[in-house]
Design a protein around this ligand. Structure first.
Ligand code: AAT
Length: 283
């Protein structure tokens, strides 16, 4: 009997991946952590039965959440990552020699330990000397952080149910604004535009952020294992415009080999389908 991982992405849509075996299943204080080995996607990591990443397509998400802001401000030195316990975001950040400090605040230490054991490539740079791991709630961390501490904040969080809920609130975005420098950039994983229960959250988040940051835009990527495969990210900033301030030649001089991100795609990722643009204009 073949084994399948099945995720009810909506009440009427189920997404399945054939699995070789289940490698891990544990209950943390916050959520259920499962890791499977699959035929098509390598290892699959889920929280509360929802896909967080697979080894085959995680490069798309992590390229887009990191290289987009880094190519807009190549001088970024201090970075805060909220969530991201699998280490993929940190891995991409550590490729920049110019970055001096990365604080990563993950609520669930068990996610980090499971990733280090079973997703070694994704978690490979969590031991980089520039990385400081904090196991606490990102909401509390930003409240206690000093003004103007970070050049970049990346919110690599779960969806707004469970522990990730508070990371989609106005209070949280206000704190992010406060602790960013005058050149600061905030990047959010922003849900999918396609199914209403996801797009509803994206619209709510975008409406809150655009009232706080002078520049707030949305960009997209194709992530096969996320609901609908069409995923959005938010780019907000106190100073930099993600297109007008893109430093393509400077970024290309760094000669980072990326599998998804490139300068043309950077520009293209901000060109949104009409229905998404209309959603973003709705109050
Ligand atoms: N890198 C892609 C994987 C993730 S996982 C998101 C992480 O956010 C999880 O490890 C979770 O424990 C952590 N997290 C959730 N809430 C908080 C919080 N309040 N403070 C700190 N960390 C938190 C992102 C997947 C995106 C899925 C899209 N469908």
């Amino acid at each position: 009997m073949p084994l399948w991982y099945n995720e009810e992405q909506t009440e009427g849509v189920s997404f399945g991946i054939k699995i070789k075996e289940q490698i891990l299943s544990e209950e943390s204080q916050f959520q259920t952590i499962d890791i499977y080995d699959t035929y098509e996607f390598g290892k699959l990591f889920t929280l509360d039965g929802l896909v967080m990443l697979t080894e085959k397509d995680e490069f798309i998400y992590h390229d887009m959440i990191v290289h987009v802001p880094m190519a807009v401000n190549t001088e970024i030195k201090n970075v805060l990552v909220i969530g991201g316990g699998d280490g993929g975001t940190v891995r991409e950040l550590t490729r920049y020699n110019s970055i001096e400090k990365i604080d990563m605040v993950e609520i669930d230490e068990m996610v980090v330990r499971a990733s280090q054991k079973h997703l070694p490539f994704t978690a490979s740079k969590l031991t980089d000397p520039r990385v400081n791991l904090f196991f606490e709630d990102g909401i509390v961390f930003v409240k206690n952080a000093q003004n103007s501490m970070y050049d970049l904040i990346i919110v690599d969080s779960t969806d707004p149910i469970g522990p990730g809920e508070g990371l989609f609130t106005k209070e949280f975005y206000d704190q992010c604004f406060r602790i960013l420098t005058s050149e600061g950039i905030l990047i959010n994983q922003h849900e999918s535009p396609f199914y209403p229960q996801f797009s509803k959250e994206m619209k709510r988040a975008h409406n809150k952020i655009k009232n706080i940051f002078p520049i707030s835009m949305v960009y997209q990527a194709h992530i096969p294992t996320y609901p609908s495969g069409h995923w959005l990210f938010g780019f907000s900033s106190k100073k930099f415009h993600p297109l007008e301030d893109l430093k393509s030649p400077r970024w290309e001089m760094l000669k980072l080999k990326t599998k998804y991100y490139n300068s043309d795609l950077h520009l293209g990722s901000f060109a949104l389908p009409t229905y998404v643009k209309e959603m973003l204009e709705e109050e």
